[in-house]
Design a protein around this ligand. Structure first.
Ligand code: GLC
Length: 478
């Protein structure tokens, strides 16, 4: 017989378990929003916007080319120097920059100033001045593209806040930052703006022609895939047979369609987030939020007097934001009795006088919340695999939650298998190359096709059409 207390805890956690019919219902909702998004003009009404990226099948590389790649993983800024040569793409150098403690990138001015400083430091240290550098920008936020190097920020996500940046032309923002660095004599031209997910997919393109879908589960949740042009009625280039769509599926639920499976804890998390009502699915899954959901559930169980009966309410566990996904992953990795790591994490949060039963409950909550996240991710991926409807298909999956959580991969894979149409074969792979290489490949393709608007007149000429003959096999193709 299950002891009464344990039974009550399980009762409390019941609403976090998603049954097969519920997951199927979520898939149906996602599919519906994806179709609306692809219809374009109704795009504003769709939860899942399905942004055209202006990136089509990528031609193979040939001559030696070098690119600067800037990734705005805010507040972290990453710069890399990437060399493409035949199939031997490599990151020659890279460096990460974070703003000094206390410095917030909370205005356009500060953000642009910081990016300028990073570019300046990176190029100066490596003596890159005096030469013309094409730059690919990895911008991991929803953008409406006007071309491969032209995009406007629709909104910031993942709790990043910065005044006046919404709606900004990202190309102009970065160009402003480059110009700001007056001492910087490198001539840098922005040739491509790409989502993190899209650059990951492009990094695999050269080696795996079946890889048509990219999934990312880190601070955010997102997926992209190569879509047949005939199915896209959104504004975008009309040439070519296929184009990568950045789904931004983490936004599912903004119209309330996921309310049937959201709990009061999900609603509370949303209410206290920097953008209530936004990115509803992402808030149930991604690393930016998982820790806080666990914390809210633990708080709820404590309030109901089902655990932590002797623990002071003044400890950090009862403060918003004090329990992060690193803690959840630490606890999930701690399988051996007496669960030393779990105890260390509780000690670190100044939780005192907890019992062994409390430790067990903390572990149970982490496990249930992670399982739910893996199931929701699986439902999203299965929807996409069914939509692409090609067999076999390969999916490249990236992101720290997927890579580092001890059980996430297995849980997600098993659930995806249950949900994908049985006649479709799919494989999940991890990226073998950095996403900056994918971004550089997209930049190279944009320069060759002449689609990039470029800042410097004539800049495309010396990289012109000498590389890829039309009709050469495409690494990504339908
Ligand atoms: C958020 C962003 C999306 C990004 C994802 C992963 O969902 O909106 O653009 O791809 O996080 O970083």
């Amino acid at each position: 017989m299950i002891p009464l207390e344990e039974h009550k805890v399980e009762e409390f956690l019941k609403e976090f378990k998603l049954s097969h019919p519920k997951l199927k219902e979520i898939m149906k909702l996602l599919d519906k929003e994806m179709s609306k998004g692809l219809k374009g003009d109704a795009g504003t009404a769709a939860d899942v916007k399905m942004y055209p990226t202006f990136v089509g099948p990528l031609p193979q590389q040939s001559d030696k080319e070098e690119f600067l790649v800037l990734e705005l993983n805010l507040p972290r800024v990453e710069l890399a120097l990437v060399r493409l040569q035949d199939h031997n793409a490599s990151v020659i150098e890279s460096e990460n920059y974070t703003p000094p403690t206390g410095v917030q990138l909370d205005t356009l001015e500060r953000l642009s100033g910081f990016i300028a400083m990073c570019i300046f430091k990176f190029t100066k240290k490596r003596k890159l001045a005096g030469k013309e550098w094409p730059l690919a920008l990895i911008f991991p936020f929803p953008c409406q593209h006007e071309g491969p190097d032209r995009a406007c920020l629709v909104k910031l996500t993942k709790e990043v806040t910065c005044k006046d940046v919404q709606g900004q032309d990202i190309h102009e923002l970065i160009r402003g930052a480059i110009n700001k660095s007056k001492k910087n004599s490198s001539k840098i031209q922005i040739v491509a703006i790409v989502n993190d997910n899209v650059s990951t997919l492009a990094s695999v393109a050269d080696s795996n022609p079946d890889c048509l879908i990219g999934l990312i589960v880190d601070g955010g949740l997102n997926a992209c895939y190569l879509e047949n042009r005939t199915r896209i009625s959104t504004k975008g280039p009309q040439d070519g047979k296929a184009m990568i769509i950045n789904t931004e599926l983490g936004a599912l639920g903004e119209n309330g369609c996921l309310n049937f499976c959201r709990t009061d804890n999900d609603k509370e998390l949303d209410e206290y987030s920097s953008r209530p009502g936004s990115q509803i699915l992402e808030k149930m899954v991604s690393g930016m939020y998982l820790g806080e959901i666990v914390r809210l559930v633990l708080e709820g169980l404590t309030r109901k007097n089902l655990m932590f009966r002797s623990v002071s309410r003044a400890c950090n566990l009862f403060h918003r934001g004090c329990f992060n996904t690193e803690c959840v992953m630490g606890i999930e990795s701690d399988n051996e009795e007496p669960h030393q790591n779990t105890k260390k994490i509780l000690d670190h949060l100044a939780v005192k006088d907890y019992t062994d039963e409390d430790v067990k409950n903390v572990r149970r909550v982490c496990s249930i919340i992670c399982e739910r996240a893996a199931c929701l991710t699986a439902a999203s991926l299965a929807t996409l695999i069914n939509h692409v409807n090609l067999s076999p298909v390969t999916v490249v999956v990236d992101g720290y939650l997927y890579q580092r959580h001890p059980r996430f991969q297995v849980m997600m894979l098993n659930k995806t298998r249950e949900l994908v149409n049985p006649e479709l074969e799919f494989h999940l792979v991890r990226p073998q190359l950095e996403r900056s290489i994918g971004a550089a490949r997209i930049a190279a393709a944009a320069l060759r096709s002449g689609n990039s608007s470029t800042d410097t007149p004539g800049a495309t000429q010396n990289r012109g059409s000498s590389h890829t003959e039309p009709g050469q096999p495409s690494p990504i193709g339908l």
